[in-house]
Design a protein around this ligand. Structure first.
Ligand SMILES: CNC(=O)NC(=N)Nc1ccccc1
Length: 309
């Protein structure tokens, strides 16, 4: 069973290597690409909180100087962790894809800019003149292990097409296995990702079982809808996708009333850990969990211990 954590939006967060060195997480979602291309050929925008050096690729909202991240991703990978780049996020209210063409060009951009470095498609050098001819490399020659869709607004358009396009690139690559994950809200069907989950192949689905009283983990067994989400997975394009229980890693990491202490989480995990679709726990987010010390251990450590008990 795995622990997936989000990194990139934590208050006063340490650099990624701090979390690479901890054994408490297996998958790290780096957030966010928070602005999506408005049309074919347009660039996305990124935000990684207090990381990077504040410089952008000229004329774009894409951060250029994320040296801490490109230096640290190899440390996480060497520690056996899977590092995914997360798209969207809870504060990116303008996230949307106009049409399938835009979705597929976005997928190509993500692959050539953040996937395996291929100098025939991507360039480490950058001049404004290059824009549109080659893809930039915001993390240099470093590649992520795939992409996470934390789509929280503006409906379903294009996400299945985007995932299918990414899968096409994954299938053609020889370097390594790549992954796609999604972070839907707990109501079924999820307005933003429901269509994509039913029509395109996800490896991991971490449901945000917080911030929605009707189905959150803190709402109790009568409302917590893990078993209903199992049915969604079994009807999806990948019936073997792993289903993770998403939880806030501290009281402040979610809206009021959705935080569960480790003691409250334990019976919940024990109930579902034997389900064949159970993949583990997702925590929002890394720094909140690191700062949430309980009996001398971080919240993230407590969750890892419960999964290993
Ligand atoms: C996987 N994405 C999230 O978990 N986003 C998220 N938790 N956003 C947020 C929403 C309300 C309060 C705090 C954070």
């Amino acid at each position: 069973n795995n622990v997936a954590i989000y990194y990139g939006q934590g208050a006063n967060q340490p650099r990624l290597s701090h979390f690479c060195e901890q054994t408490t997480s297996d998958i790290i979602n780096i957030g966010f690409i928070h602005e999506f291309p408005k049309s074919v050929g347009d660039y996305p925008g990124s935000n990684f909180g207090n990381q990077c050096d504040g410089t952008f690729f000229p004329g774009t909202g894409l951060l250029k100087g994320c040296h801490q991240i490109w230096e640290d991703i190899p440390i996480c990978k060497a520690a056996g962790k899977t590092v995914l780049l997360s798209l969207g996020g809870g504060s990116a209210t303008t996230q949307s894809l106009k049409d399938v063409a835009t979705a597929e060009s976005f997928a190509d951009f993500l692959w050539y800019s953040f996937g395996p470095y291929d100098s025939s498609f991507s360039s480490l050098e950058w001049t404004a003149a290059m824009k549109g001819e080659l893809y930039p490399r915001p993390f240099g020659t470093v590649a992520v292990d795939g992409f996470d869709l934390d789509i929280e607004y503006n409906g379903n358009v294009g996400y299945a097409a985007m995932v299918n396009r990414l899968r096409k690139h994954f299938a053609a690559s020889t370097e390594q296995k790549y992954y796609i994950s999604g972070a839907p809200q707990c109501p079924i069907p999820d307005k933003q990702l429901g269509d994509a989950i039913s029509k395109s192949w996800f490896d991991f689905i971490w449901v945000q079982w917080y911030n929605t009283a009707a189905c959150s983990a803190s709402s109790g067994t009568g409302k917590f809808n893990f078993n209903e989400w199992v049915k969604v997975i079994e009807a999806s394009a990948n019936p073997n996708a792993k289903l993770f229980i998403g939880l806030p890693a501290s009281p402040e990491a979610a809206n009021e009333g959705f935080y569960l202490t480790p003691a409250q989480v334990k019976p919940l995990i024990k109930t579902y850990v034997s389900n064949k679709h159970f993949g583990g726990v997702m925590l929002w987010e890394a720094t909140a969990g690191d700062n949430n010390l309980i009996d001398g251990s971080t919240y993230t450590q407590h969750i890892k211990d419960i999964l290993y008990d």
